[in-house]
Design a protein around this ligand. Structure first.
Ligand code: NAD
Length: 476
């Protein structure tokens, strides 16, 4: 693994072979027998202890994320905090697992339902949120009584290794939370393994589709979250100073390596010229530097290959008719000349058929498009194959309502550029941004990691007068 700010290798990770996964699944299966029978209050106690440890080790985890991913330390703290909030949600598991009860559905008959864990479940996660995205999954899965096998990104797996130690310290029994490192070999072994009941995946769209299809074919429950191209639509009545501040932060925060990053700004009508000027000025002023420097606002991208890929897309944009309003390719960070830095880049006059728009660049590149009206902007958003997040900037409640009702996107911000739902709502996009029925965390997370039973029950009174030709068994 590399430190993206220095360009130097800092650690090595051993990739698992299928036998290593077998061992993890065997440990998780054995642990499931006991963990699934552990009382709700005992499970909750472990979750509260884990929550406390995460809180106390937040700075340490943020440092690990910063050094391996490259994002700035303030952003890394935010990521751990948002993951911790899922743990807090999972601490309420006794409330979340309450079933339903119907009295007297027929004479002397009652019906009730409750949910049980699935067994061993797996998570496969991307590089861009090495702490938070796994935390979308395992706190809820484990709270529900499952045991978990995590295959983190091979580019920044250290946060997951540290989390495993914290779980142990919190009192989680061995085998309930397992980490298997690796690449495609480990992923394929997870998808095919008969001992794994469900797979949660977050990553790029081609791999999400592959994971969904292969794991579904193997009979598993699957939720597979994919990539994104998130549009921010700026209407002429928006406060352009406010909108441009938020656009720039949402496009260049974490070097654009967020699945909810704004990568396309759609300026409607007269908003365009003033907005572009403000965005370019503010993007030029973003402080780019190593993540450990508290004054940095944006760090490097994750790998040398990512830097080269992003630079290639920027280079090819003018040939298709786009205009580089701000070109970040030449940026050099003093003292970090070997780091994987790309400066904020703004590409104007972008059309939807261009590579810079079609590709999920996953770097600090903002495309600016134009639309004649709000309805035209909604149609543009809806033609995009992705449907993860979008935002509208406006001072009109009516326009905002029309926008959020009209877009075919899962998560929508109104004057909020990165509308990541809180832990007690569920996270997930539409179209090519999510394969499978269930979104992650929140109520849908609980539903994903459990299955329901409905019991129809009759308890006849003993037939005292006949000596009972038959007796319904009674509890002792
Ligand atoms: P990725 O798809 O390359 O990797 C994700 C996981 O899949 C990793 O664990 C990796 O080891 C594994 N993988 C990679 N190639 C594989 C293959 N050929 N076969 C089997 N497994 C494979 O994604 P990434 O580059 O790590 O992360 C960035 C992507 O994740 C972006 O597309 C981003 O939009 C997406 N993402 C989406 C969300 C969301 O909520 N929708 C959140 C975060 C990231």
């Amino acid at each position: 693994m590399w430190n993206p700010a220095t360009g130097q290798q800092q650690a090595e990770v051993c990739f698992a072979e299928p036998e290593d996964l077998d061992a993890a699944v065997a440990a998780a299966s054995a642990a499931f027998e006991q963990w699934s029978q552990t009382s709700l209050s005992a499970r909750t106690k472990v979750l509260f202890a884990f929550r406390d440890l995460l809180d106390r080790h937040l700075e340490e985890l943020a440092g690990i994320v910063c050094d391996e991913h490259g994002k700035v330390i303030s952003d890394a703290r935010g990521e751990v905090q948002r993951g911790l909030e899922v743990v807090e949600f999972a601490c309420g598991i006794p409330q979340l697992l309450k079933g339903e009860y119907s009295d007297q559905v027929s004479t002397g008959v009652d019906v009730f339902s409750y949910r049980q864990p699935l067994g061993v479940v797996a998570g496969i996660t991307p590089f861009n949120f090495p702490a938070m995205v796994p935390m979308w999954m395992y706190p809820i899965a484990i709270a529900c009584g499952n045991t978990f096998v995590l295959k983190p990104s091979e580019r920044d797996p250290s946060a997951s290794a540290r989390v495993a130690e914290l779980w142990a310290e919190a009192g989680l029994p061995d085998g309930v939370f397992n980490v298997v490192n690796g690449d495609k070999v480990a992923v394929d072994a997870v998808l095919d393994h008969p001992g794994i009941a469900a797979v949660s995946f977050v990553g790029s769209t081609p791999i999400a589709r592959y994971v969904h299809d292969r794991a579904s074919a193997a009979g598993k429950r699957v939720q597979a979250l994919g990539g994104a191209k998130n549009h921010a639509v700026v209407l002429p009545d928006a406060d352009l100073d406010f909108a441009s501040d938020h656009l720039v932060a949402a496009a260049f925060g974490s070097a654009g390596e967020r699945c909810m990053a704004v990568s396309a700004a759609v300026a409607v009508g007269t908003a365009a010229e003033d907005l572009l000027g403000l965005v370019v000025d503010k993007a030029s002023a973003v402080r780019v530097g190593p993540g450990r420097d508290e004054s940095s606002e944006m760090g490097p991208v994750v790998t040398r290959e990512a830097k080269a890929r992003i630079a290639g897309i920027i280079e090819r944009a003018p040939a298709e008719g786009a205009r580089l309003a701000l070109d970040g390719r030449g940026l050099v960070v003093k003292g970090h000349e070997d780091g994987f830095f790309v400066g904020p880049t703004v590409v104007d006059d972008v059309r939807t058929d261009m590579e810079v728009y079609r590709e999920e660049i996953f770097g600090p590149v903002l495309s600016v498009l134009r639309a004649g009206s709000a309805d035209e902007a909604v149609a543009l958003v809806n033609r995009n194959p992705y449907g993860n997040g979008t935002a509208v900037f406006t001072s009109s409640g009516e326009a905002a309502r029309r926008f959020h009702r009209g877009v075919r996107v899962g998560m929508i911000g109104v004057n909020v550029p990165i509308p990541v739902p809180m832990a007690y709502y569920s996270f997930g996009g539409w179209k090519d941004s999510l394969f499978g029925e269930r979104r992650v965390h929140g109520p849908e997370g609980v539903a994903f990691y459990t299955r329901a039973k409905v019991v129809t029950a009759r308890w006849p009174a003993p037939r005292a007068e006949t000596g009972a030709s038959y007796h319904f068994p009674t509890a002792t």
